[in-house]
Design a protein around this ligand. Structure first.
Ligand SMILES: [Zn+2]
Length: 408
């Protein structure tokens, strides 16, 4: 059955006015925030390096001018009921959302199965290999010759492995309703003709498997020994109190050599200064773009010719980050786009500028792209699977809406 999608506000005169006001506000905000740029860690969505991790005592500032869900999507609750049915109807589902530790192998097998089930609309390929040699896959959903692209990165922080599950279920949802789904007058089929979604469900395969399975996930002794050494240094520095390396690795965010991939991009990299050696989180690497996983995302981004927006899925805080000091015009566009996401999800729009050599920073500062970081969960990572229902309700149609946004 087709999901009963709401009659959204997009395209209506009121919404156009809201976007205009949002753009004007963003300009003022950019002028204001340029005096308080933060280059050091401690940003609210990234908790301090303790184990188990704790919430930051200094939450970021909410931009309270962002719209409420009801004002952007008056009927979105009706839609969530349909999405809930989709989530609980596991009989024909490929992606199983009942298990917390959705592994790299399961993701790869699900991609294969979904491609067999929907061969006309989904394919996948490798965009590179991780440090330990795992392929990094991108799912290509929709018309590969479409004039516009939406790019999504999930699973770049190891312990945030509910985001690959979300991304994979979003793919399955769009495919399942491809022939019948309609959103604000746009059929899913028409959106997937005009847009191609490039979705990297697991951007950090080694890190995610380390967080889920510990050292047993590696076959390379040298890498394992390196991680044991990093554990002892983090322990000595008081960054963890876990009594053994595998318990410590559950809270791992980095890749297999202790580089935080989302601090490794060549975007004000020199100014980011958190920790000077490999660690469970926040080590930016020896040089910008030093890691193969980083370079794989860069190569994919540079290969695509007409990216409308980049969405980075993370797991901490139910907030949306968008401000990294973009040019004025891009800043206004990015804030308006981020406001659409907070309007849909109910997440908080963060006002402050933040620079931490992340993928979204690089997309915005080096490629002039609209790029946002969406923190989809709340609490200590790795999140428990019982959070997934809420995450799903807030995000199941998010990628479609990211495309429809540009049609209005
Ligand atoms: Zn993260």
């Amino acid at each position: 059955m087709a999901p009963s999608m709401p009659d959204l506000e997009y395209g209506q005169r009121g919404y156009v006015m809201k976007r205009f006001l949002a753009a004007a506000l963003a300009l003022l905000l950019a002028l204001f925030s340029s005096s308080c740029i933060r280059l050091k860690p401690g940003y609210g969505a990234e908790e301090p390096p303790t184990s188990p991790p704790t919430q930051s005592t200094q939450p970021p500032t909410e931009d309270t001018t962002s719209p409420t869900p009801d004002s952007v999507f008056p009927a979105w609750k009706d839609v969530s009921e349909n999405a809930e049915c989709f989530l609980t109807d596991t009989q024909n589902a490929v992606v199983d959302c009942t298990k917390k530790e959705y592994s790299y192998l399961e993701m790869a097998e699900d991609l294969e199965q979904l491609c067999k089930k929907y061969p006309k609309h989904l394919s996948y390929s490798s965009i590179g290999r991780s440090v330990a040699g795992r392929e990094i896959y991108v799912a290509v959903l929709g018309n590969p010759d479409a004039p516009r692209q939406i790019l999504v990165s999930a699973g770049i922080h190891a312990r945030e492995y509910l985001t690959p599950l979300l991304a994979m279920k979003q793919i399955e949802y769009m495919l399942a309703y491809l022939d019948t789904g309609d959103c604000n007058g746009f059929s899913y089929a028409s959106i997937l003709q005009k847009y191609c979604f490039y979705i990297v469900p697991i951007s950090n395969p080694d890190g995610i498997m380390l967080s889920q399975e510990g050292l047993a996930s590696l076959t390379d002794t040298e890498l394992s020994n390196g991680l044991i050494s990093i554990y002892h240094k983090d322990f000595a520095a008081g960054l963890t109190t876990e009594p053994n390396v595998n318990e410590y690795l559950k809270y791992w965010k980095a890749n297999a050599v202790g580089t935080d991939l989302n601090r490794n991009f060549d975007a004000l990299w020199e100014q980011y200064d958190a920790i000077s050696r490999p660690s469970m989180l926040r080590y930016k690497g020896p040089t910008p773009n030093s890691e193969p996983e980083t370079r794989a995302l860069i190569a994919l981004t540079e290969r695509l010719t007409n990216i409308q927006a980049v969405v980075c899925l993370h797991s901490q805080g139910e907030v949306v980050y968008w401000n990294c000091g973009q040019s004025a015009a891009l800043s206004a566009d990015t804030r308006a786009f981020a406001s659409m996401i907070t309007g849909r999800t109910g997440y908080r729009l963060i006002a402050e500028q933040n620079n931490d050599a992340s993928y979204s920073d690089w997309c915005a500062l080096k490629k002039d792209l609209i790029a946002v970081t969406v923190e989809t969960g709340n609490g200590t990572c790795p999140l428990e699977i019982d959070q997934f229902d809420k995450i799903w309700k807030n995000n199941f149609d998010l990628l479609l809406l990211c495309a429809i946004y540009f049609e209005t």
